[in-house]
Each structure stands twice: as structure tokens, then as C-alpha cells.
Design a protein around this ligand. Structure first.
Ligand code: GNR
Ligand code: NI
Length: 172
């Protein structure tokens, strides 16, 4: 297991890519899952999509356990939202690819997701609460979508500009 560098804004060329499904979860996929998990724990964060370490594959890891609690890693290959609740939830989101920026985002409160697990078994999960929010955030990454796409254009343009400027000044 190794940590890998996390891609951040302003690298939209990478972050806007649409990731490709994996044919099957094999040993190589499990190795990538492990690197993603270690990178996420090291950050620290509660979720990570493969594209955030530059790998355009439809892979997500999550661990919602709080500090001091036992780790509860979750692995998702080719996750697909098959149902979203009409009820909406508000949550203040952040993203490891947009460091130090947080904003309220509205999303469906509950989702049903189909995916393959670490052993390539097909699974279905009914997610609520933070799990539902986080899964939608990660599946967005697989489609080249960032949480700032769900906020006002004014705020989005402002944060993108901030990262472009930071890079020009050599601060990234
Ligand atoms: O660590 C993370 N925290 C978080 C908080 C609220 C909503 C979504 C997230 S995901 C984020 C890690 C990340 O950027 N995953 O893509
Ligand atoms: Ni993110």
C-alpha cells in the first residue's frame, strides 16, 4: 500500500474526465483500492474516487468512521445510482481536490446504488444520511462533476480563479 498525490484544482483537465468502468475487480483493482484507501486515510478524508489520484476508473473508497472508532472501509466498483429519493438534504461539503473550501450542497436525501464489491460480487445498497451524500459526491467525481457544480456560478468561478492564481504564484 502506498499513498499517492491527490490531484486538486486547477487541474480540471484531469478532474473533469469521465472515468471508465472496470471490466472486473481483479488483483490490480484491489491494489488500486488499497492505495486509494491509504491516500484517503492519510489526507484525511472520508471518501476518494480513483480520478483524484489520476486513475480514470470507476472506483470509490469510503470510510465514515469517526476518529478513534474502528475503521470501516467500503469499496465500490462501477457504482450506479438506480433510485434517488424526492426528499432533499443539505450538507456542508468539502473535497480533497478543492482544499479548504466548504459550501452547502443540496442532494437527494437517500439513494439506492448498484455496484461490485472488493470481491467483484454484485451488491445493492440503500444509503441515507452522510453515506448517501458522500456516495453521490464520489459518483459525481466518476462523471467529471465536482461539488462546486452544485453551487452558484458566482461562487464556483471565484473558487476556480483562486486556485488558478495560487498555481501561478507557485503556491500549489
Ligand atoms: O473528505 C471528504 N469529506 C466530505 C464531506 C462532505 C461531503 C463530501 C465529502 S467527500 C470528501 C473527500 C473527497 O473529496 N471525496 O471525493
Ligand atoms: Ni471530492
Amino acid at each position: 500500500m502506498t499513498t499517492r498525490p491527490i490531484i486538486t484544482l486547477p487541474d480540471e483537465k484531469t478532474l473533469r474526465q469521465v472515468s471508465r468502468p472496470v471490466a472486473a475487480v481483479d488483483a490490480a483493482t484491489r491494489g488500486l483500492f488499497d492505495d486509494m484507501l491509504e491516500t484517503m486515510y492519510d489526507a484525511p478524508g472520508i471518501g476518494l474516487a480513483a480520478i483524484q489520484i489520476g486513475m480514470p476508473q470507476r472506483l470509490v473508497v469510503l470510510d465514515l468512521a469517526k476518529e478513534g472508532e474502528d475503521k470501516t472501509p467500503m469499496f465500490f466498483a462501477n457504482p450506479e445510482i438506480v433510485w434517488s429519493s424526492p426528499e432533499i438534504s443539505d450538507y456542508e461539503e468539502g473535497c480533497l481536490s478543492i482544499p479548504e473550501f466548504f459550501e452547502m450542497v443540496q442532494r437527494p436525501k437517500e439513494v439506492k446504488v448498484h455496484y461490485r464489491d472488493r470481491n467483484n460480487e454484485p451488491r445493492e445498497l440503500h444509503a441515507t444520511g452522510l453515506l448517501a451524500t458522500c456516495l453521490q459526491h464520489e459518483i459525481d467525481h466518476l462523471n467529471g462533476v465536482l461539488f462546486i457544480d452544485h453551487i452558484s456560478k458566482l461562487k464556483r468561478d471565484r473558487v476556480i480563479k483562486k486556485f488558478q492564481k495560487a498555481q501561478k504564484l507557485g503556491k500549489l
